[in-house]
Ligand binder design. Structure first.
Ligand code: NAD
Length: 512
């Protein structure tokens, strides 16, 4: 095992040094950074105070006033270069994600690939950003809508996608003509510092190639909730895209609403899958195992509730239990590991609390115990847990950010569909079926009420081409692909009179 034998801090430092970040930035500061791989400290970074944050936001606002005037395809060129720099840094940044967030190697790399993909998407978008021309009732008039840059885009991100969430917002915001301020999770500042350094490299090349870009176009604010609050409260931030728990969204949402700022809220999920009598069980097994155990159950889209039809329950559930018992849990840096650590002790305690509550509610728990505690006393590895529940009660209706899969038997499709929707969260969902009527019903108006509804794939692992987000307590925001860019711009409706008379709308007469 390589839990405590690798010098994770040294490795993280080497990666940051390779990106041109001075050692003082990750070695001298008030905020300790721990790797969940070993549980040990790997660095310390400097937090900003609220006053410093406010000054930095003002400077980023000034940058917006210039950046909005740069033609969108030229803005896209900067994001194209960011994509190139991310390609060059993919291995290093992916490794740093694994060290700091505990993701297995392929998921660390996958996260950086997602950043590259959104850059590609945004570059194409920079030559679109189109409005409509709309039929007008008045002769010699034209009516159209135009999309304009909005202002400083605030980005608050969670520990579990420490860099991809930034890029989803940053790439779109930049081509839309906005400047950006990023408040990353206080649990993952090193990957944020690395991403900012990669951005600076792209910016340098952009300017060296003869383009102009203002100073402070992208600002990084390291710190905890108070720094996030400074961003949320600042009058010169017209949009905050905040990713994290529903608890955080409840604090942030009303504050933004009170000053009429826009919010893109990407909050907690409690994602389900329905396994029907006609499901391909081999495919289902893989789909369920990845969605429920991948990233140690620490994805917002992780599968947490499984409704299995009574005719396939006794075939599927024992196979699932076998997969749970044998899935390789260990250092995410080692080849072959599929389940890495929980982020910290609080996550472990939360998991144990949920399992105890499930037992109390009549559940039968398999797995869930702590592993590798002797090798790394401050790291928290667990055997993923399957909990067979008599009904959907207690902790099943809450999001516990850990690998717990609640399994419930059903006999009637409509009941399973109702259970899918009967939780406060509405992020992702899926159905495993070969019955076309069930599949279509699931994605129809009377089907899943989630922002993501999949057929024959699990609920986790979205592509950047689609708009990402969920309903109800998940917050209602959409980011990434499709037309999510519209959330980062302001829309103006323009009517142009190219005649020499002034007909009024709705036939109103006002002759003076
Ligand atoms: P968290 O809510 O503890 O923290 C998220 C971010 O919000 C951090 O940067 C934190 O500093 C900041 N924050 C917390 N309170 C704040 C406040 N009052 N004002 C301003 N900022 C504040 O979440 P976490 O533990 O880092 O991440 C896990 C949670 O995030 C889970 O609930 C998960 O489902 C959710 N998540 C959702 C999505 C999505 O797209 N829907 C994606 C990833 C994670």
């Amino acid at each position: 095992m390589t839990l405590t034998t690798i010098d994770l801090g040294g490795e993280a430092g080497k990666i940051l040094a390779g990106l041109g970040v001075p050692a003082a930035v990750w070695q001298e500061g008030t905020l300790s950074v721990r790797s969940p791989v070993s549980g040990e400290k790997i660095g310390s970074v400097q937090e900003v105070g609220p006053d410093e944050a406010a000054t930095a936001i003002e400077a980023t606002h000034k940058a917006f006033l210039e950046w909005r005037l740069v033609p969108a395809p030229r803005r896209g060129e900067l994001v194209r270069l960011l994509g190139e720099e991310l390609r060059a840094a993919k291995d290093d940044l992916g490794r740093l994600v694994s060290i700091e967030a505990g993701k297995i190697v392929s998921e660390g790399l996958g996260e950086v690939q997602e950043m590259i993909d959104i850059c590609d998407f945004a570059v194409g978008l920079s030559r679109q950003l189109y409005g409509l021309t709309i039929a007008t009732e008045r002769a010699d008039h034209r009516m159209m809508e135009t999309w304009h840059p909005l202002g400083v885009t605030g980005i608050i991100s969670a520990f579990n996608f420490p860099v991809a969430v930034w890029s989803w917002n940053a790439a779109l915001a930049l081509v839309c003509g906005n400047s950006i301020v990023w408040k990353p999770s206080e649990k993952t500042p090193l990957t944020a510092i690395a991403s900012q350094a990669i951005f600076e490299k792209a910016l340098k090349r952009y300017i060296e190639a003869g383009n102009t870009a203002p100073a402070n176009l992208s600002t990084l604010l390291i710190g905890g909730a108070p720094v996030g609050e400074a961003l949320v409260d600042h009058p010169k931030v017209p949009l905050v895209s905040a990713t994290g728990s529903t608890r955080m969204g409840r604090a942030v949402g009303p504050k933004l609403a009170a000053r009429f700022a826009r919010a893109i809220l990407e909050l907690g999920g409690n994602n389900a899958a329905i396994v029907t009598p006609t499901a391909n069980l081999d495919l289902t097994l893989r789909g369920v195992a990845f969605a429920a155990m991948g990233t140690a159950g620490q994805r917002c889209t992780s599968l947490r509730r499984l409704f299995v039809h009574e005719t396939v329950y006794d075939t599927l559930v024992p196979r699932l239990k076998k997969a749970y018992a044998s899935v390789p849990v260990g250092s995410p840096l080692e080849a072959g590991t599929l389940v890495g650590p929980l982020i910290d002790e609080a996550a472990f305690n939360g998991m144990q609390k949920a399992l105890a509550a499930a037992k109390q509610a009549g559940g039968t728990v398999t797995g869930g115990e702590r592993l590798l505690a002797e090798e790394a006393t401050s790291a928290f590895y667990v055997r993923p847990a399957i909990v067979e529940m008599p009904e959907q009660t207690g902790p099943v209706v809450e999001e516990t950010f850990a690998p717990i899969l609640y399994v419930i038997k059903y006999s009637d499709f409509d009941t399973a569909l109702a259970l899918n929707n009967a939780v406060p969260q509405g992020l992702s969902s899926s159905i495993f079926t070969n019955d076309m009527r069930e599949a279509e019903a699931f994605v129809s108006a009377r089907g899943s009420d989630c922002g993501i509804a999949n057929v024959n794939i699990g609920p986790s692992g979205a592509e950047i081409g689609g708009a990402f987000g969920g309903e109800k307590e998940t917050g209602g925001g959409r980011e990434s692909g499709s037309d999510a860019w519209k959330g980062y711009m302001r829309r103006a409706t323009n009517t142009v009179n190219y005649g020499s008379t002034l007909p009024l709308a709705q036939g109103v007469k006002f002759d003076i």
